[in-house]
Design a protein around this ligand. Structure first.
Ligand code: SAM
Length: 420
């Protein structure tokens, strides 16, 4: 059956659902109340300051995992995002007393997720910053000034401090928190007053890195000034701000693994809930569009873009998603639920492809997971980061759909209300 034939697909989907409910009539798999995008009623800024540590392309708001965590888990349960990005799901899980498990193959995502699900004590971070600032004063003459494209982004003094920190930060929790905080303020918009800007770069977007050629042109056209912003001072300000509402109640885990091999790390039947958004179909290049943050992490752009599954054409994307969902099936507990946020994409010729239905069609013949629903979530009003280009750069549309799957014939936990 052609995927692009929505009516045929829908009738098959409906008959599959009827069949499923007939077979399991006694197990009451139908959800009461049904899942609806209630999170839309919550404020766009809803959530703990940790969520705003660093923007990430195609991130979703914490209101979404909060809804699923409240309805489908209890304190102590393990909640996984196998494509964790900035760590929204695992961080929200830890904030609500669940064990948030982050996984993402992108080193940027790994460092951000790790900082939030296993944060150090605030005072330890501030003390470490003082030590680093003191050490910089006494050893800065040994630091080589970076040249090349990175030099067009920062004032030379700011860049020198960044180069020192890039070479000095270690693998401890404190240092990783400092690293993640700096990643979040590395580039962004100037405040009007210029000097009190939290961001360390010339005036540019926060979410993604403009290309070096574009920056050169932009700086010349707008005659942008390079301000000597102090990395130690701004990082301290940002750390104070991030910790202003305390830290998550529970400690989580962060991994940097290929999603298809997660069973090597996590036990079977151990996860109560998965809330995730898989990579889009050729929409985002996480390496290229993050070249400034990857410079700070000392990771080559090509290494990231080659490793991630962002560049698939439709057939290989569907195979990738089939493998991913089979992996999730293994990890879920019986009665556990998986919510996968998958955006519609526009195809060549302009038609819209309902990718979540296409994914389910590919997976249904080989999985024992039950389809509970596909819930549309119109995201025109939300901060969908792929919309920043506003034109032909990507294939993302303004409709996301949430593919909701369950392991076994009964949803293990289904609270009826969500508090905000
Ligand atoms: C849409 S983003 C997730 C964003 C996340 N929900 C958030 O709120 O920040 C998809 C993620 O999948 C990751 N990814 C791509 N291929 C992967 C793979 N094979 N294994 C693990 N992660 C992968 C990318 O690095 C990216 O962070």
């Amino acid at each position: 059956m052609a995927i692009s034939d929505p009516d045929t697909f829908r009738s098959r989907l409906a008959s599959r659902r009827v069949l499923h409910f007939d077979v399991n009539r006694s197990s009451s798999i139908q959800l009461h109340p049904p899942i609806k995008p209630e999170w839309k009623a919550a404020s766009k800024n809803w959530g703990h300051p940790f969520h705003t540590m660093c923007s990430y392309m195609a991130m979703f708001p914490p209101r979404i995992p909060h809804y699923f965590i409240q309805r489908f888990t209890r304190p102590g349960d393990r909640v996984l995002d196998p494509f964790s990005g900035r760590g929204t799901t695992p961080t929200q899980a830890c904030l609500e007393g669940r064990v948030g498990i982050a996984n993402d193959l992108n080193p940027l995502a790994y460092h951000l997720s790790r900082a939030k699900v296993d944060p150090p004590d605030k005072q330890a971070v501030l003390d470490r910053l003082d030590v680093l600032a003191g050490d910089y004063q006494s050893t800065s003459s040994h630091v080589t000034q970076p040249a090349g494209d990175i030099a067009i982004v920062f004032h030379p003094d700011t860049l020198h401090q960044l180069a020192y920190l890039r070479a000095t930060l270690q693998d401890s929790r404190e240092d990783n928190f400092i690293r993640a905080t700096i990643l979040g303020i590395l580039h962004g918009k100037y405040r009007r007053s210029g000097t009190d800007s939290i961001y360390l770069s010339i005036d540019m977007p926060n979410t993604f890195s403009m290309s070096p050629e574009y920056i050169r042109r932009y700086v010349a056209e707008k005659q942008l000034a390079y301000l000597p912003l102090d990395v130690f001072v701004n990082t301290r300000r940002r750390v104070e701000w991030l910790f202003r509402k305390g830290i998550p109640a529970t400690k989580g885990e962060a991994h940097r693994h290929d999603v298809r091999r997660l069973h090597e790390l996590l036990p079977a039947d151990s996860i109560q809930l998965v809330v995730t958004s898989p990579p889009y179909l050729k929409v985002v290049k996480y390496g290229l569009y993050n070249w400034i943050r990857l410079w700070f992490l000392d990771v080559p752009v090509e290494e990231v873009d080659q490793a991630l599954d962002d560049g698939h054409a439709l057939p290989s994307y569907l195979t990738f998603m089939q493998e991913t969902i089979l992996e999730i099936e293994q990890l879920l507990k019986p009665g556990g639920l998986a919510a996968l946020i998958i955006g519609d994409v526009s195809q060549n010729g302009g038609s819209r492809l309902n990718l979540s239905e296409a994914v389910w069609e590919k997976v249904a013949p080989v999985t024992d997971l039950a389809l509970l629903d596909i819930v549309p979530d119109n995201i025109a009003d939300s901060a969908k980061v792929t919309k920043i280009w506003n034109e032909t750069r990507g294939r993302a549309t303004d409709i996301d759909r949430i593919l909701i799957l369950c392991k076994g014939s009964k949803v293990g936990i289904n609270h009826t209300s969500v508090t905000w």
